[in-house]
Design a protein around this ligand. Structure first.
Ligand code: SF4
Length: 480
């Protein structure tokens, strides 16, 4: 869901369930739980019993928002769910998804992952037409476009909306008797379809959610496609033409869970091969140990250790109850998060030349603090290896990156970054090495934050701040 920008942060997870006669809310809850890594600020479910949609949503983790009592009130065989990291619109209750509204074809609820790059223009037009917005996120723009349509069916209204909106969006929509999924023309954010059995389906951001539900992977929702699932089965509509696939390459580097599969590749294996490539491109002679910054750096560190024949060990212990610092809403929370998140394992570090493998560097402050912590634990040398190329350009497609002037690789050379973070040496994986590791042609990816080539051109107007809509709307949280 969103328009915006400020460090790399994700994003959202979405899930949809079509399973008449079963407890769809509980299935969607398990699906959302598997997608918790994609957003930890809020969670919500919308459930239909075939006639009426009921929504429950709140701030917090999936297990904080839902319990047995609440799930028991959400009756029906169709459901959608959302777990949110805010990229457009602040982290307050009124921005929590799913968003519901009345349409000519009855009540609908929607859940969105991504950022629209023309939401401001569309919102202004709709407001000039008397439409009142209740949230400050761009997902409501999609909901309002669908709800105002005169089209005969919801599918037609969704198709119309897709002709207006531009940007990154993977969306699930719940109507009383059907589940709809749609994906932007470039397929920037992931969205896959799984089959529970017979005519029961799951749609989810990642295949890890299908695994948890025991669903078999059918295929991805294609770029520009709408998938409609109802009593007649699964129907596909190519709503808008696609130019090419441009899946966010950071799904492979960082965002998606390692047990997910994208483009037919295991993310764990791809990350392990990133470590192999990194070891070839930036070897470290005579190191005693390779360790990861867990968890996302772990497969690449295993790969680096394998390729370089340096022993792999844990160098830092992660407090598993602290969530990703990447996904904290502001710098103060991120700084606090770093100190609480990692503890050095002195017995594996003291007196040793160590290789620290991390998935990426955005601002550099977190990496600098970690290198200092490793030195304070007695490491003799700290060699930092990054399993992705330098992150130089901001993202406008649903990843809440820093503004460009906060991106360390946009301002400093590799050697200057090495000095800034206090490492003995620093090596980044090349784009070619990254693509070799993934094993998919680079033209199938958005990699704009690495090479500045945006698949969808970004107008100045679209280069908005995160809280763009809050300038126009009173910031008063409303009850769900
Ligand atoms: Fe992903 Fe980077 Fe493209 Fe954003 S700019 S969608 S983070 S590859």
């Amino acid at each position: 869901m969103n328009l915006a920008v400020p460090e790399i942060q994700e994003e959202c997870g979405v899930v949809g369930i079509y399973s008449p006669g079963e407890d769809a809310a509980r299935l969607a809850f398990f699906g959302l739980f598997a997608l918790q890594h994609r957003g930890q600020e809020s969670a919500g479910l919308a459930v239909s019993d075939g006639r009426r949609i009921v929504v429950h949503k709140d701030m917090g983790l999936v297990t904080q928002v839902f319990n047995e009592e609440i799930l028991a009130t959400l009756k029906g065989g169709l459901a959608i769910g959302h777990t949110r990291y805010s990229t457009t619109g602040s982290s307050v209750l009124r921005n929590v998804q799913p968003i519901s509204c009345e349409s000519r074809n009855g009540c609908i609820s929607i859940a969105h992952n991504g950022d629209l790059i023309n939401a401001t223009d569309i919102r202004s037009e709709l407001e000039a037409d008397g439409v009142v917005f209740e949230t400050t996120n761009d997902s409501e723009v999609i909901a309002k476009l669908i709800s105002r349509s005169d089209a005969e069916t919801i599918e037609d209204a969704v198709t119309e909306a897709m002709h207006h909106i531009s940007g990154a969006y993977s969306v699930v929509i719940l109507a009383a008797d059907k589940l709809i999924a749609m994906r932007d023309a470039y397929g920037i954010r992931p969205l896959c379809i799984g089959r529970l059995n017979g005519s029961r389906y799951v749609v989810a951001s990642e295949t890890c959610a299908l695994n948890v539900l025991g669903a078999s992977y059918v295929r991805d929702v294609e770029p520009g496609e709408i998938v409609v699932i109802n009593g007649d089965g699964l129907r596909e509509i190519q709503a808008i033409a696609t130019q090419r696939h441009a899946l966010c390459v950071f799904e492979f580097i960082y965002f998606a869970r390692p047990d997910s599969i994208m483009y037919g590749r295991s993310l764990h294996e791809a990350r392990r091969r990133m470590g192999h490539e990194l070891a070839k491109e930036h070897p470290v002679r005579n190191a005693h140990v390779v360790f990861p910054i867990p968890d996302t750096g772990t497969p690449a560190a295993i790969g680096f250790a394998e390729a370089s024949r340096i022993p792999y060990a844990e160098g830092v212990i992660k407090n598993r109850y602290i969530h990703r610092t990447f996904i904290q809403p502001d710098q103060r929370m991120r700084d606090l998060g770093v100190r609480m998140k990692l503890t050095p394992l002195k017995e594996n570090l003291a007196g040793r030349r160590v290789v620290m493998v991390e998935d990426s560097i955005v601002r550099g402050t977190t990496t600098g603090q970690t290198v200092k912590m490793i030195r304070d634990a007695g490491a003799a040398e700290v060699h930092v290896r990054i399993a992705s190329p330098p992150y130089k350009y901001p993202c406008f497609y649903g990843i809440d990156t820093a503004a460009q002037n906060e991106l360390i690789a946009a301002k400093l050379s590799v050697d200057e970054i090495r000095e800034y973070i206090g490492a003995d040496s620093l090596g980044y994986l090349s784009l070619q090495g990254l693509m070799r590791a993934i094993g998919v042609k680079k033209d199938n990816f958005c990699r704009a934050c690495l090479d500045g080539k945006y698949p969808l051109s970004i107008s100045d107007q679209a280069k908005l701040q995160k809280f763009v809509f809050e300038r126009e709307t009173k910031e008063e949280p409303v009850e769900a």
